[in-house]
Design a protein around this ligand. Structure first.
Ligand code: AMP
Length: 272
């Protein structure tokens, strides 16, 4: 595995690889969910590049940029063992020039939910994903369904900018008790960790209860009973992220809750 830390080194490494190429963008602290993206990339492409970059632009001032988990040595060992071809680990300085003045603003699916809870988050995310796509020019780019709204924002950006890259969605990998894997799960106390799978259970129950808004109110109450504080529990059009009560196409039940200091995100599909 080649480890690239600046754009010329990345481009030189990628030039030697057979196409098609799949890019797996991550913020590191890799877990099996990230590796599921890499494996999906390996199935669909001849070569893979995984980026590890904790992107300061997508964290607000009050968020956990400084304490976001970082473990490059363990991440590189995992990527190497998993057969990734190139690891792309730019420093903040290699990614952003001091006089940079360009950002990507995606409307539509970025509005509401994470966009409302985290002002500037999707602008920062879209800007870095645009840069990662330009730096590596992949044929495929892998995103997890875990971050459903992020996936829709990236799809919108790629379509709107006529980007010749296929956005591939990978299903959410879960611990055996149902908790969606996440780099932030390590911040849960043992007591919170036993409660956390309740989020997925409530999502499944609410989805099974039908599309009436009463089901959302019941779900919200269940989450609070578990000691979680919901930021939102909502039924949305799966592509546009617009709230809906009578979906005409695929819909998604999306939720974010706070459990102690940890914010948990999850979502499930809703059958028509
Ligand atoms: P992150 O490092 O948290 O920014 O995530 C990088 C990518 O991995 C994103 O596309 C996430 O949606 C995806 N991802 C994170 N957790 C999971 C999971 N449990 N299952 C599948 N994909 C995931």
């Amino acid at each position: 595995m080649i480890v690239a830390r600046d754009v010329p080194a990345l481009r030189a490494a990628l030039a030697t690889l057979p196409r098609p190429l799949a890019l797996v963008p991550t913020m590191g602290a890799l877990h099996d969910g990230h590796l599921a993206l890499l494996r999906a990339g390996q199935r669909q492409a001849a070569s893979t590049v995984t980026s590890i970059f904790v992107n300061p632009l997508q964290f607000a001032a009050n968020e956990d940029f400084d304490r976001y988990p970082r473990d490059d040595a363990a991440d590189l060992a995992r990527l190497q063992a998993a057969g990734c071809n190139v690891a792309w680990l730019p420093s903040v300085e290699a990614m952003y020039r001091p006089n940079r003045a360009t950002a990507i603003e995606v409307g539509g699916p970025s509005e509401g939910f994470e966009g409302a809870a985290r002002p500037g988050h999707f602008r920062g995310m879209a800007t870095v994903v645009a840069k990662l796509l330009h730096q590596s020019s992949p044929d495929l780019v892998m995103f997890g369904e875990k971050d459903w709204q992020q996936l829709q924002v990236v799809r919108r950006m790629v379509a709107d900018l006529d980007w010749p890259v296929e956005v591939v969605a990978v299903p959410t990998l879960r611990d055996p008790d149902g908790l969606a894997m996440s780099s932030r799960n390590r911040y849960l106390t043992p007591a919170q960790r036993t409660v956390a799978p309740g989020l997925y259970r409530v999502l499944l129950e609410t989805a099974a209860a039908g599309l009436a808004s009463a089901a959302l109110a019941v779900g919200d109450t269940h989450l609070r009973t578990l000691g979680m504080t919901p930021d939102y529990l909502a039924l949305v059009d799966a592509d546009t992220m617009r709230p809906t009560t009578a979906p005409s196409g695929p819909a998604r039940l999306v939720a974010a809750v706070r459990l102690g200091t940890v914010r948990l995100l999850d979502n499930v599909g809703v059958p028509p």
